[in-house]
Design a protein around this ligand. Structure first.
Ligand SMILES: Nc1ccn([C@@H]2O[C@H](COP(=O)(O)O)[C@@H](O)[C@H]2O)c(=O)n1
Length: 281
């Protein structure tokens, strides 16, 4: 018959190896969450903090100005990752400093998530539940805010025991007031360091050489760099923004590119294939 494509071959090999050899590594903002809904942007974990319960009008304005300055740099197809790096460090550092000045209270985070318009992609429940049922570890690797991310998946009732999170976590003082961010900063383009430093040490992920990787940024491709002796790493990229400018680089870098797709349909179909053991040829 016809020769299988590389992607088909990989899915087939992953299916033969089964759920016990698989791990899923995913970005969070705009990968597990939607990019837009009804023509409006869905907030990232950082933007969920833009709520008067947590931060002042003035701080919100400063964060917006920073977003308007640095987000275009993050997604600029004409600049290299090396060029973008220092700008990302500046962006995250400035925003975290602003947030710390606001004396954000831990006990108000859940309310801010409830009041936000954040939405996981359509089909999220099947994605999270299926992985949990099959005991396939899910590593969520996010440059967003870990405390908010956890609250989002908690409120959607999909925070299962197979889920591991590497992200920027808030450090609260004894009174529950934000005083710092924990550990080394994670931004869009230093996930490789985090993967080597943190993901490589997670015992739940060990002995699983097949990886399904989901991301929305070229920086997300390094999230699997901590996997020792990987066999098959199938990468799916969500291309949400600046589509024409970035299409070529995404197609050259990810195995599967989903353009303005707000659903988990393709990852779910791939997982059904790999995990179910159907289609044994
Ligand atoms: N102050 C900020 C900083 C970053 N962002 C966006 O969040 C995304 C990072 O999170 P991932 O889960 O995708 O790793 C990143 O792409 C930034 O655009 C923000 O909204 N505000």
């Amino acid at each position: 018959g016809l020769e299988r494509s590389r992607v088909e071959e990989m899915i087939h090999a992953m299916q033969r190896a089964g759920a016990g050899s698989l791990q899923v590594i995913s970005d969070f903002d705009m990968t597990l969450t939607r990019f837009a809904h009804n023509g409006r942007r869905v907030p990232t974990t950082h933007n969920i903090l833009d709520n008067r319960l947590l931060i002042s009008e003035d701080c919100a304005k400063k964060m917006k100005d920073l977003l308007n300055t640095y987000y275009p740099v993050e997604i600029d197809a004409s600049r290299s990752t090396e060029e973008k790096l220092p700008h990302m460090v500046d962006w995250w550092t400035k925003v975290h400093e602003l947030l710390i000045q606001q004396k954000i209270r831990k006990d108000l985070l859940a309310q801010a998530v409830k009041e936000s318009t954040v939405m996981l992609r359509d089909g999220y429940k099947e994605f999270f539940d299926h992985l949990a049922e099959q005991q396939v570890p899910l590593l969520i690797f996010s440059a967003g805010v870990g405390d908010i991310l956890e609250e989002v998946i908690q409120q959607n009732r999909v925070f299962h025991p197979n889920t591991h999170v590497i992200s920027n976590y808030m450090d609260f003082d004894h009174a529950g007031v934000l005083q710092a961010f924990k550990g080394q900063l994670i931004h869009t383009f230093n996930k490789r360091e985090g993967a080597l430093r943190r993901a490589a040490g997670l015992t739940a992920l060990q002995g699983r050489p097949n990886v399904l990787l989901l991301g929305d940024s070229l920086g997300d491709l390094t999230m699997a760099d901590g996997v020792s002796e990987p066999e098959n790493v199938l990468t799916i990229g969500f291309l949400n923004d600046q589509v024409e400018q970035r299409k070529e680089s995404y197609v050259n870098s990810f195995d599967i590119v989903l353009v303005k797709d707000e659903t988990m349909d393709v990852p779910n179909a791939v997982l059904r294939h790999i995990i179910s053991g159907r289609d044994r040829k």
